[in-house]
Design a protein around this ligand. Structure first.
Ligand SMILES: [Zn+2]
Length: 310
């Protein structure tokens, strides 16, 4: 009897320890097989939380005989482990390369975990510079929003950089890594799979939820970055946030939205209106997007702020 009780307590302790060291995600990533050997992991669209492990974004991975290429590494250590767990339902090959598409937390805070497993970490020079410049600030806010799920997170910028487009072949999959400069963050990087006409856009494209123009964003260059996507003419886009879709939807919800703000703000500036007037711009055509209420006025103010200096 006593032995049974001890065994029970030992099991209970073991289960509790597992729960404490590996917080379980209440918002598991949704896996979609988007092409041969290519998978998208679709995260929730809400703000970072202890439950979503700051994986409130999309990720992707490509499988070959030699290993796995991961696109973006998660917003916390627990988030990185959750991504790995999903990959392990498909393959036991080692994760050999991580590409970061941007400088925002969920793109790269899991880098050190995958590097310790033996992966190289790669991004563009501008994305790495943004990671380095804003890493501490983002650690402060993400740790606050994720509570205990932050435990053990050690943000490490990508260790390898490219300064121009780079092509590589990973198993049967051709990949182009395309730096597009500042957009949502100080440096965004696209991952293009020409055989499938499939684009992992990172935060250059937001779908189904309102994009965010923050203090680090540059909306004019964002439109230039989107022109690169127009030229690629993808069949499918895995956006930074939201469900995969075609180019027309991305044009509407990202490019045309930025253009609307730019057009309306430039009218206000010509008319000598104040910055506050930008909050009255009619954005109701986009009110169906998630988190519209919390972001649309700030977006207009940010565009005004930027355009004042053009
Ligand atoms: Zn993001």
């Amino acid at each position: 009897m006593k032995t049974n009780l001890h065994r029970y307590l030992a099991l209970l302790l073991c289960a509790l320890t597992t729960l404490i060291t590996t917080p379980l995600s209440a918002n598991p990533l949704q896996m979609i097989n988007v092409a041969d050997n290519v998978y998208a992991l679709i995260g929730p669209m809400e703000q970072r939380s202890p439950d979503n492990l700051a994986n409130n974004a999309n990720f992707g991975f490509i499988v070959s005989d030699q290993g796995v290429l991961l696109i973006d590494s998660g917003g916390t250590l627990a988030g990185a482990k959750d991504i790995e767990r999903q990959i392990r339902t498909i393959t036991d090959k080692p994760i050999t390369l991580v590409i970061n598409t941007g400088g925002q937390d969920h793109r790269w805070f899991g880098n050190s975990y995958f590097a310790a497993l033996g992966a190289d970490t790669l991004t563009s020079v501008q994305t790495q510079a943004d990671q380095t410049a804003r890493g501490d600030n983002q650690s402060d806010s993400t740790s606050r929003l994720t509570g205990d799920s932050w435990n053990g997170t050690d943000p490490q910028p990508a260790q390898q950089t490219i300064s121009a487009n780079k092509s590589l072949t990973f198993g049967d999959t051709q990949i182009q890594i395309i730096p597009v400069g500042p957009a949502h963050t100080g440096g965004e990087t696209l991952v293009w799979l020409p055989q499938h006409k499939l684009l992992f856009s990172g935060d250059t494209v937001y779908l189904d939820r309102m994009l965010g123009i923050g203090g680090q964003s540059q909306h004019l260059n964002w439109l230039a970055a989107f022109a690169t996507i127009d030229a690629l003419n993808p069949t499918t886009i895995i956006p930074g946030h939201g469900m995969p879709a075609d180019l027309a939807k991305a044009q509407k919800e990202t490019r045309d939205y930025l253009t609307l703000l730019r057009t309306e703000v430039s009218k206000l500036i010509e008319d000598g209106a104040d910055m506050e007037d930008a909050t009255n711009i009619d954005q109701s055509a986009y009110s169906y997007l998630k988190v519209y209420d919390s972001l649309h006025k700030r977006n207009a103010l940010r565009v005004y702020e930027e355009m004042e200096w053009e």
